[in-house]
Design a protein around this ligand. Sequence first.
Ligand code: WTA
Length: 659
Amino acid sequence: MAQDGQSQNIDALMAESRTYPPGPAFTEQANAKPGFYDQDHDEFWEREGRERLSWFTDFTKLKEWDRPYAKWYLGGKLNACYNCVDRHVENGLGDKVAYYWEGEPVDERLTITYADLQSRVIKAANGFKSLGIGKGTKVAVYMGMIPEAPVTLLALARLGAPFTFVFGGFSASALGSRMQEMECEYLITQDAANRRGKPGPLKPTADEAMDMAPTVKTCVTVKRTGPDVEMKEGRDHWWSDVVDGQDDDPKSCPCEPMDSEDLFFLMFSSGTTGRPKGILHTTAGYLAGVSTTHHYVFDIKPDTVYWCAADIGWITGHSYIVFGPLINGTTSVMYEGTPDFPDKARWWQIIERYKVNVLYTAPTTIRTHMKWGTEALQGHDLSSLKVLGSVGEPINPEAWIWYRDNVGGGKCPVVDTWWQTETGMIMVTPLPGVTTLKPGSATKPFVGVKAAVYDESGKEIAPGDGAGYMVVKEPWPAMFRGLLNDDQRFKDTYWSQFSDAYLAGDGARVDDDGDFWMMGRIDDVMNVSGHRLSTIEIESALVSHPDVAQAAVVSRSDDTTGQAIVAYVTLNDGAEGTSEKLTELREHVGKEIGPIAKPANVVFADSLPMTRSGKIMRRLLKDVAENRELGDTTTLADPSVVHEIKERAESGKEADKEG
Ligand code: WTA
């Protein structure tokens, strides 16, 4: 069912039988009460939509479902920025902290209240407006973890300008192609980001990207690190020149009333073919979905200090650093940098300093901390923690237990949340205080989410009856509304395998208690450190190198990153692979896609195993990558090829793992 490489993982998960029922004291105070799951789905979303959001015009109809097209909260008018910022200030919460921001170096700290945030957002919105950004203007954002990042998203939301935020680790060509695909007219970026004591340049990369995306006519750059970057006359503006002198009176820049179904933002995600998919999210359903799940899944109280340690450039950052928490008027922590700089105690210092109650992170980071050992944790008071969250990939029980015991002091519920860029919001998750936890299981679908596991023929697999395809049978508010410029691909990828359900692309099983166990991707998407990467995208990057004749990319399991990328490459004219070539190819992939896509190993081969019809047999390469007995080779045109590759791989012609 799942990719072969994960079968060992699955066996381990199958054997996991520990359970952790909720403690009575937690249950007593939990936002989700017993009986939470018994609510009628439509009534639930109707109520949450009305109570959690403020509407300029009430919606008149909860939803419309003309498969695969969903609409939610029809007829409503609202504004995301108003919901995240202005109304809290109007309600007397202006002095409440919205973000504790900590930069790199760590002594650079800001306490941004909701009133401060409003002032910053209105100035930015007025500045953007002065450059011509308005309702419907398409804008790209390419930034690191600085306060201007959420400020920019909120300012664009205020003006009704749809945006795409491209992760700061992506390359010029990744940014350029995304901007081009969306036909962005503006780009908001920063000169460079601080990372491990060095500036990581963004504006120079953005310059290269703008050369590829001629629709972008105007660029605004935040000065974060200096020294100066190149500024192109007529196109490039400094943030300080555009924003600092602007009015911050709410009346100077009213929040644009948006229709519930107006395009809110686009998030590009790796797909099974080379081209990234532009995943479309609209306004009201997305906001209702992320804020509702945020409230219940993390048990958010008025005084909760919440920290989602993801990057704002991924969907997790959008939903659970910016929009979900701000709608709920929550105090969040946001930081610039990495967990190991200036030392490996950075995170634990942050938790201690701000008395963080909720930590939300990814299994790969948990495993990294685990590898570093518990010394870094010692001497840090982590007793403020109440709930621990995990997202991005299946969490192995060992990491789950380590997280619970060493970070959570054995007392915090661990919520393993399964969801996707496409789902917009958390879909399968424990509810702290309600759900009996099992290490490695995301447990139950959230109320209002009708998830199931189907077999090949589209029949629902009963609890305890084995593994199949993860599907969702009913629409949910934060679901994506389509793929940019590619309706056919939208239908083919997600809605054609089964006639009555959304195909998530993950393998899963449901145990006898009705708990879900996620088993990883079933398509050509890999999950490296919680980031989705397409094998085909990396193959295209490799063959775009002039020396590469052919490339096949597979993943192997990795203790820290979940999966690691292994590339098999044949060079032109039968050239032999050298370690210089290997470094060059890794750098090339890094430049084409981004450093996260660099293969951990490159194996040079004279030819790749092909079927007689010319298809590369990735399954066999995966066996090699995983160091397993070779599977069936009878359909190969030349079975000796794969044995040769296996020998080469074993003789150690591999890249050093640099991560
Ligand atoms: C995987 C990230 C198991 C899954 C929010 C999914 C998970 C993909 C979990 C989406 C989890 C995410 N358990 N697998 N708790 N969370 N995944 O779009 O394969 O970057 O399809 O969204 O990550 O990745 P994406």
